[in-house]
Structure formats: structure tokens, C-alpha cells
Design a protein around this ligand. Structure first.
Ligand SMILES: C[S@@+](CC[C@H](N)C(=O)[O-])C[C@H]1O[C@@H](n2cnc3c(N)ncnc32)[C@H](O)[C@@H]1O
Length: 338
């Protein structure tokens, strides 16, 4: 892909699962407070609120999968379940979300009950009255504990980028899908514009990787290749192709919508307040004070700094057009007949 691999990236790749778990211990609260229950980006219509755009992006993937009340669906890397709940309400499908992160922390001075992803997700699902349709489980998506052929369909929203090797997660999804089942994934990938010789490109890529605990960002072509390598779309009528692969960002902005990174640029407005510069400074000060007095775990302030670096990288890579977090790939597991 690109020759340069910094040492940090190699380590992140080797220890992907453990590192992601620790990362989400520290950042889940920041995400929920600053972004909401869904931890992903979305293009935004000019008369649409931030929240509406997020939900529409989730409904889009549900519509592409043609989800309905007869489907049992896997959400690969579900966070605290925002997309799962919105999609279940939209489609009436039954959804099982998996995430590697469940941690609770006690420090030596205080026992603070923290509800990380599975606990927090389950609690919100119960409050929403959606427990018949949605379930959050702790599970490594590189080593799924489901039987073969369990799910009718599967989706992943900006999660598989955490795998050291995409084939490792896609092959698990392929195994647990029933024959004929569909898998749709919003992938974080580099676009064709990325040039590893360009120092601005390289810096932005490295900031995104570091700030989001990613082992490495792969190219769009590589992600499609990984889909094919594990068997998606290998059916005569699809001519050995994945069903579809499209950059939703390009499609949306070519048709008048605002880019996904617009909210991160955070011009200060009432709606953007949680993502604004002022909120960032307040949060950072709070983190530092809470960590000093033992009310937040060690590393919280550093985690916030890393997130901010990630944000700068995301905005730069979005503006440069070298990266998209919504390269949507949809593949089908071959049915037995063909
Ligand atoms: C950016 S968040 C997206 C969460 C969710 N899809 C959403 O949009 O709100 C990435 C998610 O992937 C999960 N994840 C990363 N590596 C994982 C692994 N090896 N197994 C299971 N989940 C993992 C993280 O715990 C986190 O929930």
C-alpha cells in the first residue's frame, strides 16, 4: 500500500483488540457527550439538523439491506447502540450488536460506576423500550462466538477499520451470515487522491490513525479486495464482484449536501455547541482537574488530547479529499444453489 509504516502504527496493528478496548474505555463518554449515541459521521442536507443527518445515514444502510421484521441482523462494532436502535425502529428487524468494550473502572480513591459500551447501550435500549429488538453483547469481531449461518444480514458502521487486517473481520461476518445473506459496511478508507509522498497527506493520515486508535488506514480498493477475498459476491450472477462499492460522501456532496467533516470544523452555534472550540477547552480543563483529584482514570486528559489530534487529522484529510469514513461496500454471501 504505502511503504512508510511508523513504529506506532505497527504496534497498533499488532495489539489492535486490546488497544481498542482501552481506547474506548477512555473516550466513550467524550463521544456520547460531544456527539450523541451514534459514533459515526454523516453527510448533511442544507436544511437538516446534525441529529437528523446521523439518523438518515443509518436508515440509508438499512434501506440498502432491505431490512424488515423477519430479519435477524448483526451489528459489527455497535458502540453504545445508537445505529442499532434507530435501525431497529426504522425496520422492525431484530438486531444483535457486538462490541469489544465493556469495561468498568474502580480507582483506589473512589469507586465510580462507569457504564461503558455494553452496559450503557443496554441501559439506553431498556429506556427506549427496545429490548425485544436490540441486544448488545461483548464480543471480539475477530473471534465471534456465533454459530455458522446465524444471521440473515449484517452491517458495520465505521467499526471494521479497527481490525489489523480486514479479511480477519470480514471472514467472521461471512461465516456467521446465512447463505444469500447481505453485509453492508461503511468503511474508513483512503481515496485515490492520497499520495504518500505528499507530507500534508501523510501527516493527516497519521493523525487520523493515532487519534482514533487505528492500526492503519487502507485504500478503498484494498477494502473491496478484502470483501472479495473472503468470498462476498463470488457468485456467477455477480461476475465475481462485490455487489456495490460507493463513496457516499462523494455521492452526497455532488448532490448539494454538506460534507461529513463540517460538524468537526465546528463553527460555534447553539446546535454545534458540544463540538465547538469553547466546549473543547472546557472539557479539556475538566478532564485535567478530574484526573488530578482522582475522579477520572489516569490517562483521561491524554485521551482527550489524542482525540483532538484525531479531529485535526480528520478535518484536514476531509478537506484534502484523501479520506472518507463512508465508503459503503455491500456484498452477498453466495446462496447454496449457484
Ligand atoms: C467508531 S465506533 C462505532 C460504533 C457504532 N458502529 C456507531 O456508529 O455508533 C467503533 C466501534 O467498534 C468497536 N470495535 C473495535 N474493535 C472491535 C473488535 N475487535 N471487536 C468488537 N468491536 C470492536 C468499538 O468497541 C466501537 O464500539
Amino acid at each position: 500500500m504505502y511503504a512508510d509504516r511508523d513504529k506506532g502504527a505497527e504496534n497498533r496493528k499488532k495489539n489492535a483488540a486490546a488497544m481498542v478496548d482501552t481506547f474506548y474505555d477512555l473516550v466513550t463518554d467524550f463521544y456520547e457527550n460531544g456527539w450523541g449515541q451514534s459514533f459515526h459521521f454523516a453527510p448533511r442536507g442544507r436544511f437538516e439538523t446534525f441529529r437528523e443527518s446521523i439518523v438518515r445515514h443509518e436508515h440509508y444502510i438499512a434501506a440498502k439491506l432491505d431490512l424488515n421484521e423477519n430479519d435477524y441482523v448483526l451489528d459489527v462494532g455497535c458502540g453504545i447502540g445508537g445505529p442499532m436502535r434507530n435501525i431497529a425502529q426504522f425496520s422492525s428487524a431484530k438486531i444483535c450488536g457486538i462490541t469489544i468494550n465493556e469495561f468498568c473502572f474502580n480507582n483506589r480513591i473512589l469507586t465510580i460506576k462507569k457504564r461503558y459500551q455494553v452496559k450503557r447501550g443496554t441501559e439506553i435500549t431498556r429506556k427506549a423500550g427496545l429490548e425485544k429488538l436490540c441486544e448488545s453483547r461483548v464480543m471480539n469481531f475477530l473471534d465471534m462466538k456465533f454459530n455458522d449461518n446465524t444471521f440473515d444480514k449484517a452491517f458495520a458502521v465505521e467499526a471494521t477499520c479497527h481490525a489489523g487486517n480486514r479479511e480477519d473481520v470480514f471472514s467472521q461476518v461471512f461465516r456467521v451470515l446465512k447463505p444469500g445473506g447481505l453485509f453492508a459496511s461503511y468503511e474508513w478508507v483512503l481515496t485515490d487522491k492520497y499520495d504518500d509522498e505528499n507530507s500534508k497527506h501523510k501527516k493527516a493520515r497519521q493523525q487520523v490513525e493515532k487519534g482514533n486508535a487505528l492500526p492503519q488506514i487502507i485504500t478503498a480498493n484494498r477494502a473491496v479486495e478484502a470483501f472479495k477475498n473472503v468470498g462476498f459476491g463470488k457468485q456467477k450472477k455477480f461476475k465475481k464482484k462485490v455487489l456495490s462499492a460507493v463513496d457516499v460522501h462523494k455521492y452526497a456532496t455532488d448532490n448539494g449536501q454538506l460534507p461529513w467533516y463540517g460538524t468537526l470544523e465546528a463553527k460555534c452555534s447553539v446546535e454545534n455547541l458540544p463540538q465547538s472550540y469553547i466546549a473543547t477547552v472546557v472539557t479539556h480543563t475538566l478532564c485535567s482537574v478530574m484526573e488530578k483529584i482522582g475522579m477520572a482514570p489516569k490517562g483521561t486528559t491524554r485521551a482527550h488530547e489524542i482525540l483532538l489530534e484525531g479531529r485535526d487529522g480528520l478535518v484536514a484529510s476531509g478537506q484534502l479529499g484523501i479520506f472518507t469514513p463512508m465508503f459503503l461496500i455491500i456484498g452477498r454471501k453466495p446462496s447454496k444453489k449457484t
